[in-house]
Design a binder for this molecule. Structure first.
Ligand code: AMP
Length: 119
């Protein structure tokens, strides 16, 4: 796995160098609207710590960070009123997983029927 790149776009968002439309924030996580939404609801949930991917996160993160990330997903689900309707949670990892930004992010999709899992 490559080393964490401090200049990736989500690191810049976390440092406040690039704006985002915030949905939720706590000590360990930030959730914001995806800039190119692929569903009516498309929010990204990221840890504030420097983790390249889900693999890196699960290997290195503290229990508190892991709990916070999962709870942040639920906060987004509640904020977007998806709990009863249903939604999709997805994290792309690495080249074959289609990960473009090398800072762990969890996509939360919803607000419409989402169709088959892989397009
Ligand atoms: P992935 O392919 O899983 O790495 O997805 C990266 C996601 O980041 C894409 O859905 C992009 O639309 C989104 N994205 C890229 N730049 C920004 C940004 N500045 N603000 C919000 N979302 C972004």
């Amino acid at each position: 796995m490559s080393a964490y790149d401090d200049n990736n776009i989500f690191a810049k968002i976390l440092r406040g160098e690039i704006p985002c439309t915030k949905v939720f924030e706590d000590d360990h996580t930030l959730a914001f609207e995806d800039i190119e939404p692929q569903a009516r609801v498309h929010v990204l949930v990221i840890p504030k710590g420097s983790y390249v991917s889900m693999t890196d996160f699960v290997e290195q993160a503290s229990d508190a960070e892991m709990a916070a990330l999962n709870r942040a997903v639920l906060k987004v689900v509640e904020a977007k009123d998806l709990k009863e309707r249903g939604y999709r949670v997805l994290s792309n990892v690495g080249e074959e997983g289609g990960q473009l930004v090398p800072h762990l992010h969890i996509h939360v999709f919803g607000g419409q029927p989402l169709g088959p899992m892989l397009g």
